[in-house]
Design a protein around this ligand. Structure first.
Ligand code: UD1
Length: 349
């Protein structure tokens, strides 16, 4: 029986893990989940495992928060020990977080086969920690699993063609199936969410860590013509607190980070979306909601189709967030919801 280890640690990785776990366990495979412990609050971690019905991780390394070197270093040491004891046939790492690079590097140095899910994405902004993580992970991996044609072209242009394959985007799998289930059984919106609202999420280091920029973003959101609901990511809440501020001080409605299905439902009920999250840019696109992204670049240019996504500076939020856009007629750039089965087939090859 093939032994495959998934290394995860941060919120978006638990979303990607859900369909992969389902596919792998339907095959002749032992799937072992290693959680680095990068995210540890219940609503950033355990609640998502429960929401998706993923079993508790087999191993939790409990590394917690810290500076990049410190956090990644603790992960490397702990992952190396875990892999030596598990002795997997293959290791799967997800996305672009510190847990991704630590997992890939530890596995590659031990000569375990490493596959990178969501390979080939580039913002071309090397000041983003995620850009360093994704470039380095692609280049130490034995198998690069590209979510889009664009990502595959980037891998080819970097000399990685022979180990790259297009599988589709597993986040589209999850989004499409969750949309069906919340349409059939709508959850309740969190307390305090009005009937008409925009949904915003802000958590990237580039936006939260410079107090001036963060203040501009929050003021931009505050000027929108409908109430803004914002699930408070811990990084955002902590950084605002350092300037003695709270989300509510801007007249924005704070709600706790949502489970995935609650977030998808909230997006379907919202007027439009403002975000700096990669996942939410795609989810808005798949759910036909106009999205405004507060970043200078995106790894997901496919979402520009029909003007459904656009990139803005903080001061431009009020001008662009309320724009009209044309829902793209024939667009499946992220696959048709069956990416996880292609990933599983590649891993079992
Ligand atoms: C990480 C990823 C980012 C991803 C995001 C999703 C990296 C470099 N970044 O960013 O790509 O989009 O996850 O959420 O890996 N904290 C808590 N509770 C938690 C986790 C974090 O309070 O459960 C606080 C801590 O103060 C911590 C801060 O949030 O220092 C940042 O957490 P960290 O894991 O370093 O990065 P994220 O900003 O979450």
């Amino acid at each position: 029986m093939t032994k495959i280890v998934s290394i995860v640690g941060a919120r978006p990785q638990f979303v990607k893990l859900a369909p992969i776990h389902r596919e792998l366990t339907s095959l002749d495979c032992e799937h072992i989940i290693v959680h680095t412990g990068q995210h540890y609050d219940a609503n950033m971690s355990q609640n998502l495992f429960e929401d998706f019905g993923i079993p508790d991780p087999d191993v939790n390394l409990q590394v917690g928060s810290g500076g990049h070197g410190e956090q990644t270093g603790r992960m490397l040491t702990a992952i190396e020990k875990a892999l030596l004891s598990i002795k997997p046939d293959k290791v799967l790492v997800y996305g672009d977080t510190n847990s991704t690079i630590a997992g890939a590097l530890a596995a590659a140095k031990l000569h375990f086969f490493v596959a990178h899910l969501e390979a080939g994405l580039r913002s071309h902004n090397r000041h983003m920690p995620e850009e360093i993580n994704r470039c380095a992970t692609d280049h130490v991996s034995d198998l690069c699993l590209a979510p889009t044609q664009n990502a595959l072209s980037i891998l080819r242009s970097e000399g990685l063609a022979s180990r790259s394959v297009l599988v589709g985007d597993v986040m589209a799998d999850v989004c499409i199936s969750t949309m069906r289930s919340v349409t059939a059984n709508p959850p309740t919106l969190p307390k305090g969410v009005p009937s008409e609202f925009a949904i915003a999420t802000i958590h990237r280091a580039e936006n939260t860590d410079a107090p001036g920029r963060l203040d501009l973003i929050m003021n931009g959101l505050a000027q929108l013509p409908v109430p803004v609901v914002l699930p408070g990511h811990p990084r955002l809440v902590n950084k605002l607190a350092r300037s003695g501020k709270k989300i509510e001080d801007y007249g924005i409605i704070e709600i706790p980070p949502l489970t995935y299905s609650d977030l998808i439902y909230a997006v379907t009920r919202s007027s439009y979306v403002v975000t700096d999250s990669g996942g939410l840019q795609k989810e808005s696109f798949l759910l036909n909601k106009v999205c405004t992204t507060v970043r200078p670049q995106t790894e997901w240019p496919e979402t520009f189709a029909g003007g459904m996504n656009c990139l803005v500076e903080p001061s431009e939020i009020p001008r662009y967030a309320t724009r009209e856009a044309a829902v793209p007629a024939e667009a499946h750039p992220f696959g048709r919801g069956d990416a996880a089965s292609h990933v599983a087939a590649e891993l079992m090859r």
